[in-house]
Design a protein around this ligand. Structure first.
Ligand SMILES: Nc1ncnc2c1ncn2[C@@H]1O[C@H](COP(=O)(O)OP(=O)(O)OP(=O)(O)O)[C@@H](O)[C@H]1O
Ligand SMILES: [Mg+2]
Length: 235
């Protein structure tokens, strides 16, 4: 019997740098990041404003390419790619949850989840079926027809979570998903993200400043001035 094929880690970065701009205006936002995350982990990315959290998330999310170093998600190299190749990787692997949820105000909850699926090739009917299933799984089974303005902040953020997990992209990237929420709603959204790891097998990277939710992480990664630092050196 042959041995099972080795499973690639969800994320593997080696000496990744990112420089914005060039010449005298060049600014190095990431200064040599080594990072490995296994599939199914729930990792919190923590650091002060300007430390490079969104930049790192943008590289993992196939929005930006690293300037130097090597990066891979699920064994697919991200470095050395043409910009035109990134959207395919993004569609296949990534679900984003943005700060401030970013929902379309003219659309209902189910349309907010279904429309991006249609852009990924789902039929109208299949997109609606999947949208209703994920909305139900985040506790919004009775809110399909509500527009964002008719929902609470926590409910809106759960629509954003539903949109990110629809179609089951393996890697969920969340940029301060609890920033605009009160303590209880923030805790609920974070518990939801954690449940996604254990119950649906997603890998989740969650940027946060919120120390009240740190204990829910499998692991915390601290960024400071473009570098990963040990917890006891983090501010
Ligand atoms: N497009 C850009 N051009 C030039 N510099 C940029 C650009 N985007 C970010 N930076 C700089 O890179 C650094 C890291 O920015 P980044 O957005 O990754 O920080 P962050 O940790 O997400 O901060 P915050 O907690 O405030 O969201 C900052 O000093 C920022 O000014
Ligand atoms: Mg940021």
């Amino acid at each position: 019997m042959s041995a099972p094929a080795p499973v690639a880690p969800a994320i593997e970065l080696s000496d990744v740098t990112k420089t914005y701009g060039s010449g005298a205006l060049a600014f190095q936002a990431l200064k040599g990041i080594d990072m490995r995350v296994e599939a199914g982990e729930f990792v919190m990315l923590i650091g002060p404003s300007g430390s490079g959290k969104t930049t790192l998330l943008s590289i993992l999310g196939c929005v930006l390419s690293p300037t130097t170093g090597t990066a891979a998600i699920f064994g697919e190299a991200l470095h050395g790619r043409r910009e035109s190749e990134l959207p395919r990787l993004r569609l296949e692997y990534i679900g984003f949850i943005f700060q401030g949820h970013n929902l379309m105000s003219a659309l209902t909850a189910e349309q907010n989840v279904a429309v991006p699926l249609e852009l990924r090739g789902y039929s109208h009917h299949a997109a609606l079926v999947e949208a209703r299933e994920v909305l139900t799984s985040v506790g919004l089974g009775d809110k399909f027809k509500k527009r964002p303005e008719e929902l609470s902040g926590g409910q809106r953020q759960r629509v954003a979570v539903a949109r990110a997990i629809a179609g089951r992209p393996p890697l969920i990237l969340a940029d301060e998903p609890t920033a605009s929420l009160d303590a209880e709603s923030g805790m609920q959204v974070t518990q939801l993200l954690k449940a996604l790891c254990t119950e649906r097998g997603h890998t989740v990277i969650c940027v946060t400043h919120d120390s009240r939710i740190y204990h829910l992480a499998d692991r915390k990664i601290f960024l400071e001035d473009g570098r990963i630092v040990p917890e006891d050196q983090a501010h």
